[in-house]
Design a protein around this ligand. Structure first.
Ligand code: TNX
Length: 497
């Protein structure tokens, strides 16, 4: 496929047309009906087109059919699903159509991927008709903001990248042994006493209620939902540092800024533990509009199974009490009778998946995050300066060439709700570190999650991805020039045809 149509993830249908390209000119106008729900996406579109072309783009909230119009509309004649969309570039106009505003966001970012710099300034898109819908409804990125804090501004860069690749779930790992990152009204001591630092004593931070609302709204406008995680019953040293009542001797534990896992744990026989779970998940439910809360459940290495079961049930009950659904890591698959609709997140490719497969057969929904494929904190190769290695090295092709439906033998394919990449930040201190690990692999995972198997081919993917490297450069993002990519693309200012 030519680099003019470098759309990632690969769309269902892409038909080039012989008409002349669409040029963003001083008369380009975004046109949308004056419906409240359409205003944010129209503003986002005008803003994006303005940035790409270097010219301000106006919005008209009334019918207008003239050359240069980018017309956004809600329609119904599309492939199935709430996120389906259509982009038609031709006759000097662009039509962006979808069933929902989320679909319109997908249409806009697709248009943005079609735009190329124009020789006399501005930008143009080659004529084309795209019709598209995702394979999986859950296309996520899990981000650890506990080991190293990620500021709201940096988070917005990550959310922007997610939207650009049509990822729709930001899973925030907000708490761990090292720190607690979200201020909760019922337990103000959590961030007051346990958020100042990151791993190795690096600077920390936390999200206030206002920060949280900012993150949620910024994500929502880009068709991204936030799934917050409070990790229990392990990974709780920060909570036990803030509140001594969570420890058998009633005394706060020492702050921990190393990178070992599995040593801390809640105690089922302390009544304060259950009050704590009810309070923190209650606060989180109240603060989070989405359907899902993540309770962690991973790597509890110092507890018998019965106690683990009781604590997982207690956390799950605190979530369902507020009408939310539970997400949890793979280990909870060993707990019988999880609440209906629980999403179990597969990650550890080293252990026997039998309990996990059983949970799926018993009705759990499955989120695929295999460490050896989509743990984007794994090093690209042996000498890579950033990242860990426990799941092996993950190069671009590794994160691309796998199928979520068949990776785990025996898993019913219809149980798979989607795919989620994960990036843990033990070794990642800055936004540059983060984007170096995300790019280019995040684009590969996005295509695994979005595009049907029949549309996927690694050589075709790397060809389409080539111009994306130039966009990352233009945005000033650090990224890994993977030797498996084809980054020697022609200069983007060549006119089409
Ligand atoms: C495993 S994945 C963990 C995290 C680490 C990560 C490092 C999971 C549920 N737990 O605690 O940060 O490996 O790759």
């Amino acid at each position: 496929m030519s680099d003019v149509f470098a759309v990632v993830p690969a769309p269902l249908v892409l038909e080039p047309s012989s008409e002349p390209p669409f040029v963003i000119s001083p008369s380009t106008v975004v046109v949308v009906d004056a419906a409240d729900e359409l205003v944010p996406v129209a503003v986002l579109t005008a803003d994006l087109l303005g940035r790409v072309s270097g010219r301000p783009v106006e919005i008209r909230y009334a019918e207008l059919d003239a050359p240069g119009v980018v017309r956004m509309r809600l329609v119904d004649d599309l492939p199935p699903g709430p996120e389906a969309y259509r982009v038609v570039v031709g006759e000097g106009r662009v039509a962006l159509e979808a069933r929902t505003t989320d679909g319109l966001v997908h249409a806009v970012v697709t248009l943005r991927q079609l735009l190329r710099a124009h020789p006399d300034g501005g930008a143009h898109a080659a004529a084309v008709r795209i019709e598209d819908a995702p394979r999986y409804a859950w296309r996520g990125l899990s981000l650890d903001v506990a080991r190293h804090f990620v500021t709201v501004a940096d988070l917005e860069v990550v959310i922007g990248l997610m939207a650009h690749y049509k990822l729709n779930v930001l899973h925030l790992h907000l708490t761990d042994d090292q720190a607690w990152r979200l201020d909760l009204p019922s337990r103000p001591g959590l961030v007051r006493r346990a958020s100042a630092h990151s791993v190795d004593g690096d600077p920390g931070g936390h999200y206030s209620r206002a920060d949280w609302d900012q993150i949620l709204a910024f994500a929502r406008a880009r068709a991204v939902r936030v799934v917050p995680e409070i990790d229990v019953p392990g990974h709780v040293n920060a909570a036990q540092h803030a509140y001594g009542e969570l420890n058998p001797d009633g005394e706060p534990v020492e702050e921990y800024l190393g990178i070992e896992v599995g040593f801390s744990r809640l105690h089922d026989d302390l009544p304060e533990t259950h009050a704590f779970l009810a309070d923190v998940f209650g606060d989180l439910a109240e603060m989070t509009p989405g359907d899902y809360l993540h309770i962690g459940g991973d790597e509890v290495l110092t507890m018998g199974h019965d106690e683990y079961e009781r604590l997982v049930r207690s956390a799950a009950a605190a979530v369902t009490a507020h009408g939310k659904r539970v997400v949890a890591w793979q280990e909870v698959a060993s707990v019988p009778d999880l609440p209906a609709g629980t999403v179990v997140q597969y990650w550890d490719t080293r252990v026997d998946p039998a309990p996990f497969v059983r949970a799926a057969r018993a009705g759990a929904r499955i989120l695929m995050s295999p460490g050896s494929r989509v743990y984007l904190d794994m090093k690209y190769g042996p000498d890579f300066p950033l990242g860990l290695e426990w799941a092996g090295h993950v190069e671009l092709r590794d994160s691309y060439e796998w199928d979520p439906a068949t990776l785990v033998v025996g898993l019913p394919p219809e149980a798979v709700a989607g795919v989620e990449a994960a990036v843990w930040t033990e070794t990642l201190r800055t936004l540059d570190d983060l984007t170096t690990m995300l790019l280019p692999r995040l684009a590969a995972v996005a295509e695994v999650a979005w595009s049907d198997l029949g549309r996927r081919d690694f050589d075709d993917f790397t060809t389409r991805l080539a111009p994306h490297g130039e966009v990352w450069d233009q945005l000033g993002l650090a990224w890994h020039r993977s030797p498996q990519g084809r980054w020697s693309a022609p200069v983007a200012s060549e006119p089409a045809g």
